[in-house]
Design a protein around this ligand. Structure first.
Ligand code: PMP
Length: 411
């Protein structure tokens, strides 16, 4: 049976069951936030006793923190193979990275209608043009080309992997098309990076955004990597200390990127955690990660396929690559009911709803769905528990009534 390929925090968590007693928590919510890898926990614990102000002190602790912070920048740059003209800016999360970049783009941005809200809403500020995705990737790419040929754009902002279905887009190909049409490309890597390495130089990607908390590090730190010229020319994202070279009461000379967009005392623990996660993921290897997740996702997809009344979501008929996300509906049950049942009766944690992608669910004609997402700590036993729980629900129904109170389903 496929065992976890890394130890993650909470892997032995016992959770209460509604019938009484407890069971080991089966985490199927990696796509929302992934538990911390061991190396991440270790690095944060090591740094805690000495964390201090970064770039702002001469004392020992400040120097340790500054080294950790700038060392993390170099580690992240290596992790994504950034080019010499690309800088790593530390942010709070993917949403923050995308809003930052939205303030730097000198022209229109073209997006697909299948994006997470974080890669849809910020672009409203600068002439956002939304291309409706087709039922196949081939036709979707053709539509993107037609849009870019009709009217030039500065940027194509596209997700690496859908947070609703896990389907992976052909980034390299879209980057080539964007460049041919005079545009740059941003990849929302929030869902791709935890599962696949991305090589910015090889893929021709100009900008990449991702979150620490989806990459096996805790909350509060994220990354924007990208070409320096737009970042240097733009207004600073936040005005404040650390982003400047010289200030008088009448004039401000801003620093270049990355400091330009990192005003305020930086989150050194969050950033060190991201760097530790990058190192741990390199050690595990992208091929091993893909193999592990593919085996489990295939097992889950196959198992759910065999249950009557369970329907899996897909956006593209010709998409043959996806990360470990399996999203489904169960006839006769609302997604929130299914999620509450799985948690209360089986100790299984999934996500339900519209996944901050309302247009995607509208496109699929669904009010919501249930998302089971996998990661390095997932195992075949948990997949089997999930399949058997769904099967029991379909055949026998839940063991008790579920009702919605205060917006949440409860037994
Ligand atoms: N993009 C995608 C594809 C996501 O899945 C998410 C998180 N669900 C985000 C962006 C936003 O990430 P964060 O909440 O960490 O800013």
């Amino acid at each position: 049976a496929t065992a976890p390929i890394a130890r993650v925090s909470g892997c032995e968590l016992q959770v209460p069951l509604v019938a009484g007693g407890t069971c080991r928590y089966a985490n199927f919510d990696y796509a929302a936030s992934a538990p911390a890898l061991e190396l991440v926990t270790q690095r944060v614990t090591e740094l805690l006793p000495t964390y201090a102000s970064v770039h702002r002190g001469a004392g020992f602790a400040s120097r340790v923190s500054t080294d950790a912070y700038e060392g993390a920048r170099a580690t992240v740059a290596r992790f994504v193979n950034a080019a010499d003209d690309q800088v790593v800016v530390f942010t709070r999360n993917t949403t923050d990275s995308l809003n930052l970049l939205a303030g730097c783009v000198p022209g229109d941005t073209v997006v697909l209608d299948v994006e997470h809200h974080a890669n849809l809403l910020p672009w409203k500020k600068n002439g956002r043009r939304v291309v409706e995705a087709a039922d196949t990737i081939e036709e979707t790419v053709r539509r993107l080309i037609a849009e870019l040929c009709t009217k030039p754009a500065a940027l194509v902002a596209i997700t690496g992997a859908s947070n609703v279905t896990g389907e992976v887009l052909p980034i390299e190909r879209i980057a080539t098309i964007a460049h041919r049409c005079g545009a740059r490309i941003l990849v929302d890597g929030a869902q791709l990076l935890p599962h696949r390495r991305i090589d910015l130089i090889a893929c021709g990607v100009d900008y990449l955004a991702f979150s620490g908390h989806k990459l096996y590090a805790p909350f509060g730190a994220g990354v924007l990597v990208g070409r320096r010229d737009w970042l240097d020319a733009a207004e600073p994202y936040l005005a404040g200390g650390g982003a400047v070279q010289e200030v008088t009461l009448t004039e401000t000379r801003w620093a270049p990127a990355p400091q330009r967009h990192e005003a305020g005392s930086p989150n050194v623990l969050g950033v060190a955690a991201i760097a530790a996660a990058c190192e741990a993921l390199c050690d595990i290897g992208s091929a091993a990660t893909t193999k592990h997740e593919r085996a489990l996702a295939d097992r889950l997809r196959g198992g759910l396929d065999a249950i009557d009344g369970v329907h899996q979501l897909r956006l593209w008929a010709d998409c043959d690559e996806s990360v470990g996300i399996v999203t489904f509906t169960v006839d006769g049950f609302q997604p929130g009911q299914v999620a509450a049942y799985l948690s209360a009766e089986h100790g299984i944690g999934v996500r339900d709803g519209r996944f901050c992608a309302h247009p995607v669910l509208a496109r699929l004609g669904l009010p919501g769905a249930v998302r089971a997402s996998l990661g390095l700590g997932s195992c075949a036993d948990d997949v089997d528990r999930l399949m058997s729980a769904v099967s029991t629900l379909v055949e026998q129904g839940p063991s008790r009534e579920y009702a919605k109170t205060d917006g949440h389903w409860n037994p």
